[in-house]
Design a protein around this ligand. Structure first.
Ligand code: SF4
Length: 497
């Protein structure tokens, strides 16, 4: 069996999942990389090349065919090369009775006085066993392959991370990495299908999402119920409660509350979550929504829909918001008011101050009480972050913050929907009547587009890309408004017995 060090990534990324290892090994069809994935790969490649440029003279093995590269690596090491780019190591060993060829391609080998440092380049900004176990395991495996093929210890194993810092990884002789490889071997050898619960965040970004969700929907898997976590789904499967119907037949609020599952190292009762879980299960089983209470939406003639687009912290030093979108809906609707971060060095600050100006002009036109309606805590968190970063001299940010209305919280407190997620995109589809005009859209799509816009020197192309991003953000505001209006009309249902 051939195992490549990067196979560890199959187990861990984009989320820990054993099924992904099996599907990849069996060659099952996987969705193509998204534009966002491609942008990330390109950024990763550049990050690596920037570091390479700092290493001085090096032996470049990146274009050497794989089979030849193993020998060429050893030859470069024997000749004492100062740095080697994209070396390769290979060993054959037995892992739990299976003969395995283990292969690894670190990014760099760097000679340091009396030995070689193994170093890999990664975009992640925080590298340790808690935040990126897969990276720690991968470089640990490189260390082991080096030791086995060269007959000596690596001088150090390191990661060049997203901040350009060099992080030392403690070398454990490959023990942890080999334990994970044994797990991968066992998974590949298994003949049976393994039970891996689906999960909205777990499966987002996984190339097998369509396959797994189709199967889960066909079997009416308990894991589809939003408040059922992964461990609970596994524990329920363990007692033969596989489907939502079986869950409803087997438990009432009290017995589900007493049911135990693993949470970290402890075993915990489901407790108070039981009622919510059974409400969702009943809603999904009957395909009927359940309105628990009138949605707590204060009455005003107008409301600002408010939505931010931001770069994830691993892609930008400062967790940057590149678009602050606002638009007033209601009896006196207003125009879409985007505040976009500029492309220069002060762009982030400019975006923030433009947003404050927009918000101030909304207060002046619509009064001090107008609510700023958003979906989920992202907007609130980032307003606080930007106040810390650039201040709030006129108190406009504090005013916006005081007027925030998180529609997701209102929805979760009042309505149970027959849906596996309360994501805005899922809810807007459910309520119907609202149509987006763009074939491709989404938070990750928008990030990828913004990176392309930042990088191009073609002003016309940049303007076209920005127009698409703004359209997407504006349609998010329209979607929030559509969901808002739909919720305002809701009256409590009489729960069925
Ligand atoms: S879609 Fe979900 S369950 Fe399926 S392989 Fe991916 S992460 Fe695992």
């Amino acid at each position: 069996m051939r195992i490549v060090a990067s196979d560890l990534m199959s187990l861990y990324l984009p989320s820990m999942c054993a099924s992904r290892v099996i599907y990849r090994f069996r060659g099952e069809e996987e969705a193509e990389s998204t534009e966002f994935d491609k942008v990330l790969q390109e950024l990763g490649r550049r990050h690596e090349l920037q570091h390479l440029a700092t290493l001085g003279p090096f032996v470049d093995l990146s274009e050497i065919p794989q089979e030849e590269r193993f020998e060429r690596t050893l030859a470069a090491i024997d000749s004492g090369a100062a740095a080697i780019y994209q070396p390769a190591f290979r060993i054959t060993t037995m892992l739990d009775g299976v003969e395995c060829e283990i292969v690894g391609y670190p990014d760099f080998l760097i000679f340091d006085g009396d030995g070689y440092i193994i170093r890999d380049s990664k975009m992640a900004r925080r590298i340790d066993a808690e935040h990126h176990p897969e990276t720690v395991l991968q470089v640990g495996l490189y260390g082991y392959l080096f030791e086995q093929t060269c007959g000596r210890l690596p001088k150090a194993i390191q990661v060049h991370c997203g901040t350009n810092a060099i992080v030392d990884i403690p070398y454990d002789g490959g023990v942890s990495a080999l334990a994970e490889l044994r797990r991968i071997v066992a998974l590949r050898e298994t003949q049976d299908d393994l039970y891996e619960p689906v999960g909205w965040s777990k499966c987002g970004g996984c190339g097998f999402k369509e396959k797994c969700w189709e199967a889960a929907e066909q079997s009416n898997d308990v894991a589809l119920v939003p408040d059922i976590d992964q461990n609970l789904a596994i524990a329920l499967h363990g007692i033969g409660v596989n489907s939502i119907s079986q869950l409803l037949q087997s438990f009432d609020i009290s017995s589900l509350g007493e049911f135990k599952r693993q949470v970290g190292k402890r075993v915990q009762k489901v407790g108070k979550k039981a009622e919510r879980i059974l409400q969702f299960a009943a809603s999904m089983e009957s395909k009927q929504e359940l309105v628990l209470a009138v949605p707590a939406i204060p009455s005003f003639p107008n409301y600002v829909m408010f939505d931010l687009e931001g770069m994830p912290p691993y892609l930008d030093e400062t967790d940057k918001i590149y678009l602050w979108g606002t638009r007033v809906f209601g009896s006196t609707a207003g125009e879409y008011m985007p505040a976009v971060a500029g492309f220069g060095s002060d762009g982030d600050k400019e975006g923030w101050f433009e947003f404050l100006q927009n918000a101030d002009s909304i207060f002046k036109s619509y009064g001090d009480n107008i609510p700023f309606v958003h979906w989920a805590p992202y907007e609130k968190t980032h307003i606080s972050q930007y106040v810390q970063r650039y201040g709030d001299a006129n108190g406009v940010a504090a005013h916006v913050k005081a007027n925030l209305l998180d529609l997701l919280t209102v929805a979760r407190n009042s309505i149970v929907l027959p849906l596996p997620s309360f994501s805005l995109k899922v809810v807007e589809k459910y309520i119907g009547g609202f149509k987006r005009t763009q074939a491709t859209y989404g938070g990750e799509w928008s990030i990828a587009q913004f990176i392309l816009a930042t990088e191009t020197s073609d002003e016309q192309l940049r303007a076209q890309i920005m127009e698409q991003i703004l359209k997407y953000n504006d349609e998010d505001l329209e979607a929030t408004w559509a969901v808002f209006e739909w919720m305002r009309g809701k009256k409590p249902s009489i729960p069925s017995a």
